[in-house]
Ligand binder design. Structure first.
Ligand SMILES: *Cc1c(COP(=O)(O)O)cnc(C)c1O
Length: 391
């Protein structure tokens, strides 16, 4: 592995088209489907265990196919290092627990991703970590709540109501209070937001979404400084055991070849549909960062295809989602296919301080993931189903 495309200053599309050189000149990296890597002799074993040489020992720790994926993510995020994980939740739990321990307090943005919320509420109290929620779009509210916090946890934007946060100013505020910052960057992808450049300490992704792009993988990744990732490696990743499999890493490398092309299309169709929905007589508001004048939008250099809208009271939401043909009813997002999910599903799941109802989110909010189908076909589907669902 001699050619280091990541170290060179190439654009994302170029980095994703090329891989580090693998033996035999294969143009696609091999899947190292192996649990362990044997040593040539005792001396090599000693050198590997003492860290004198860097080479894979066991695939729960390192695997060359996974490392190729990690190098690509590090390059895209402008990070010194990255760690592939079994899921977005494995990335979130490994990253959070590498920073917070017994007696620590986390400050988290409201409307956070549902399973991150459940991890915070169900598991963290059992290990002595408490979590408070705040409107992280409000700098003064964050500043008031920060003293004593070990970690500030962000999503810009959040993934159901698309609240924005000024990540640069928040990271600086957190630093001034001795707190670290983690951001879930799944919505924007590193193509449309690079949080580390704005002072955030760790970036986590659900790679199951846009990074995969094909709805055939559940995976995650953590990116940050060499020091922060070393702490993940020393403290959480090998022991929680949520490693990324070589085959999933290979699928991600393959899916990410087209990330720049796909994100351009998601953005184009997403914006066209968001603007038409905003003008639709049966839609009361569209929750999309493009319609917000919150300064948190400044770090976004583009928009993905996931956003929500609130339908008029005349619209029967179950009839609307059942009337759609191209938008399938399902969780997740970021793949080639368009999806719809009513906020009711999340309202039912999230109780307590993260409950959508606590922030005035109504059950008439529907989230859509605009996929890669033809924009006019998608618009036709939405317009027809909306009309047919209004009594
Ligand atoms: C899906 C998702 C996650 C969790 O990722 P998994 O790969 O499903 O574990 C985290 N954050 C956001 C915003 C998500 O949408």
């Amino acid at each position: 592995m001699t050619d280091d495309y990541a170290a060179d200053d190439y654009a994302a599309a170029t980095q994703l088209a090329h891989d580090d050189a693998f033996p035999s000149g294969a143009v696609v990296p091999p899947i190292y489907q192996t649990s362990l890597f044997t040593f040539a002799n005792y001396a090599e074993m000693e050198a590997a265990f003492s860290g004198q040489i860097q080479r894979p020992i066991y695939s729960r720790g390192n695997n060359p196919t996974v490392q190729e994926f990690e190098r690509k993510i590090a390059a895209l995020e402008g990070a010194e290092a990255a760690r592939g994980t079994a899921s977005g939740m494995a990335a979130i739990s490994s990253a959070v627990l590498s920073i917070a321990g017994a007696g620590d307090r986390i400050l988290c943005t409201r409307h956070v991703y549902g399973d991150a919320y459940r991890f915070f509420e169900k598991l963290l109290p059992r290990v002595g970590v408490t979590v408070d929620y705040v409107d992280a779009g409000d700098l003064a509210a964050v500043e008031a709540a920060l003293p004593g916090a070990k970690l500030l946890y962000l999503e810009n934007p959040t993934s159901m109501v698309f609240d924005l946060q000024e990540i640069g100013r928040l990271a600086a505020l957190a630093k001034a209070h001795g707190a670290a910052t983690i951001i879930d960057n799944s919505w924007a992808t590193p193509l449309f937001q690079q949080p580390l450049k704005h002072g955030v300490d760790l970036v986590v992704h659900s790679a199951s979404k846009y990074l995969s792009g094909h709805s055939d993988t559940v995976a995650g990744v953590i990116a940050g400084s060499a020091e922060r990732i070393a702490r993940v490696n020393d403290l959480t990743y090998p022991y929680l055991g949520g490693k990324l499999s070589p085959f999933e890493a290979w699928l991600l490398i393959r899916g990410m070849r087209t990330l720049p092309l796909r994100m351009r299309q998601h953005q184009e169709s997403g914006l066209a549909i968001a603007r038409r929905l905003a003008d639709h007589s049966l839609v009361t508001r569209v929750l999309h960062p493009v319609f917000s004048n919150h300064p948190g939008g400044a770090t976004l250099t583009g928009h993905s295809g996931l956003f929500s809208f609130e339908v008029d009271a005349r619209v029967d939401v179950p009839r609307f989602v059942d009337g759609l043909r191209l938008f399938k009813l399902g969780v997740s997002w970021g793949g080639h296919e368009s999806l719809v999910i009513p906020a009711q599903a999340s309202l039912r799941q999230a109780q307590g301080p993260n409950a959508m109802s606590a922030f005035g989110v109504t059950p008439r909010i529907v989230r859509i993931a605009v996929g890669l189908e033809d924009t006019e076909d998608l618009w036709g589907d939405l317009d027809r189903a909306l009309g047919a669902s209004a009594g």
